[in-house]
Write a protein that binds this ligand. Structure first.
Ligand SMILES: Nc1ncnc2c1ncn2[C@@H]1O[C@H](COP(=O)(O)OP(=O)(O)OP(=O)(O)O)[C@@H](O)[C@H]1O
Length: 199
């Protein structure tokens, strides 16, 4: 993953005709992590989508080097098949091999649930499955939207370990969260409440 990079230069974001934020800059290279904080509606998810290339910047520029995996509130796993099959489907699209799926399931303590249909997973198990999809993808840039939501203490620790390994391997992680996460992220971007700003 050497050579991974994510750079935002003076980025502004407008949604629904409203300026959510402006002047956001960020420069991450291999092994770099950032946390996004801010109140509900400040634009954390929007900033992650902008980093993923799913949302255009109103102004400024976004540059990525390396594959991107986004974990947001959408399950993005087939409810009707087993967890292992659902993760393998995405791994094939990401050109990841079976060993990467097995390792990702192991990282999120999902191996005992491999044959359980996705629809039967609990909230926290689903979140772990979504994180396993990101881990299995082999993408250099992880964009995690509230990755700790629904996770118990043990699973939060697994998340922290997975992020730590990814950074050590030269990956990049940007995580948005309201709660403290066991994640080493030297950079914090706090998005202000734009309604308070406007007042
Ligand atoms: N598709 C859309 N069209 C128009 N406005 C949108 C759209 N999606 C989100 N917004 C608005 O953009 C603002 C920022 O939303 P966003 O989800 O990025 O905030 P957030 O900081 O992640 O919030 P939360 O902490 O609640 O997850 C909100 O006011 C929201 O209503």
């Amino acid at each position: 993953m050497t050579g991974a990079a994510l750079r935002l230069d003076d980025v502004a974001c407008v949604r629904g005709g409203r300026m959510l934020f402006r002047g956001v800059s960020l420069s991450l290279t291999s092994g770099g992590g950032a946390m996004l904080t801010g109140p509900n509606g400040a634009g954390k998810s929007s900033l992650l989508r902008l980093c993923a290339g799913l949302l255009p910047a109103f102004s400024g520029s976004v540059m990525r080097s390396g594959g991107v995996a986004l974990c947001d509130e959408k399950l993005a796993l087939d409810n009707e098949v087993s967890l292992h099959k659902a993760l393998s489907f995405w791994a094939a699209i990401d050109r990841a091999d079976a060993a990467q799926v097995d390792a990702a399931m192991d990282a999120m303590a999902l191996t005992p649930l491999a044959e359980v249909p996705v629809r039967m997973l609990s909230t926290g198990q689903r979140k772990r499955a979504m994180l396993a999809r990101v881990i299995a993808s082999g993408a250099a840039i992880w964009l995690l939207d509230e990755p700790g939501n629904g996770l118990d203490t043990v699973s939060l620790d697994l998340l922290g370990q997975a992020v730590g390994r990814h950074l050590s391997a030269g990956g990049i992680v940007v995580a948005a969260s309201h709660q403290p996460l066991p994640i080493m992220a030297p950079v914090t971007i706090h998005l202000p409440d734009h309604q308070a700003d406007a007042a």
